[in-house]
Ligand binder design. Sequence first.
Ligand code: LLP
Length: 449
Amino acid sequence: MPAPAPALDSPDPGFDELLARRPALSMDPLAGLAMEDVPLARIAAAVGTPTWVYSATTLRRRAGALKRALAEAGLAASIHFATKANPSLAVVNLLAREGLGADVVSEGELLAARAAGVPASGIVFSGVGKTAREMRLALEEDILQINVESAEEAEMLSAVAQGLGRRARCALRVNPDVDARTHAKITTGLTENKFGVPIALAPALYARMCALPGLEPVGLAVHIGSQITQGVASYAAAYRRLGELVRALRAVGHPVRRVDCGGGLGISYRDESPASPEALAGAIKAGLGGLDLALMLEPGRWICGPAGVLLSEVIIEKQGLGRRFVILDAAMTELLRPAMYEAWHGILPVSPAAFRAPLSAADVVGPVCESSDTFARGRMLPPLPPHSLVAFLDAGAYGASMSSTYNARPLAAEVMVEGARFAVIRERQSHAALLAGQRIPASSADWVT
Ligand code: LLP
């Protein structure tokens, strides 16, 4: 069974506590909330709101910490950033310069990774439903590896590769039937989930893949879920099962050179205490160490989640019957996670005066016409008159990447901060761009018969 939603009966962490655990953020008594050395109010004034803001130093520091943990455990492992968490070209490019490859799940992500400067030799293609067109692109680009998720997909990939006169380097994604004890909507390693092939069927399928003319099986892949915060026991169980499978496959003569260990390491949004990268490295080593494997990791959230905030302005405060609503210019169209997973994100006022002002409970909502367009209920916040700025914390992963244009809302701008400077890395979408590509059929020439 998936873990129940986290109990929220403990009091929310206070502003100072939230800040203390986020080294890229600080409260300047004059300039207000700053990321690195740039006051967020300066970015709002220059770029408007809502705007995503990412800390380059945090991205670098976290990529470095993960690399170090793997190296110190003596693991020969490469890191492939799950671009679905944040496909911004500037973010992926920064991480590529730190030596990270990319894990992609669509033609769009593959093209974005290449455009961001990730070499094809550092790209893994995951996902349960790759089209023939996506397979062809991956093969033409000669990416590192395609993770196959079913017997049917193995046949299809072999045929596509043969059509191009190639053999596809591929891994078999195994579903180890391990409960990652995370939110039911983001668990992936249970038999009831659509991902991977049941581990019991893997030996026969791997043998079949070795026999297919268009495939070159190189190993196995696993990914048990996302926002894993309950220690590393689930990881350890999955890797132990994978290790046994590696031995069994090799015993009958199949080549198994690599294991892709997936992603999923959680972060602390509220008061969770997820495992450290060192503990994760330990679980990998216990299950897969000593097998002479090239290991791979596909982290998304752990790298970029804590590196970003969503900056938003208060439109109006509305007093309801015994309820105070703070209505922001950001909505579920930007940060979908609270509406979709009941996710908790810290919300900090940006101005120094508001940061220290008396608090009262408020429901924090967006302007979209859905009751689920609610970021928080009963959150303790200071008075927030119109034009006050707030920052949603830990919004660097699955924030911008899950945005939509519902209610004809253009996509928000994205900014990267580095030290005392900032750069717009994605312009705010214009209303013209939002309407572009649409047509109202007028003459009969517009209709296909
Ligand atoms: N590899 C595979 C095959 C995946 O499916 C995922 C995430 C990852 C790697 C990266 O997982 P991470 O390290 O970021 O946990 N939208 C949800 C999360 C969905 C994750 C989907 N797969 C959220 O906002 O929490």
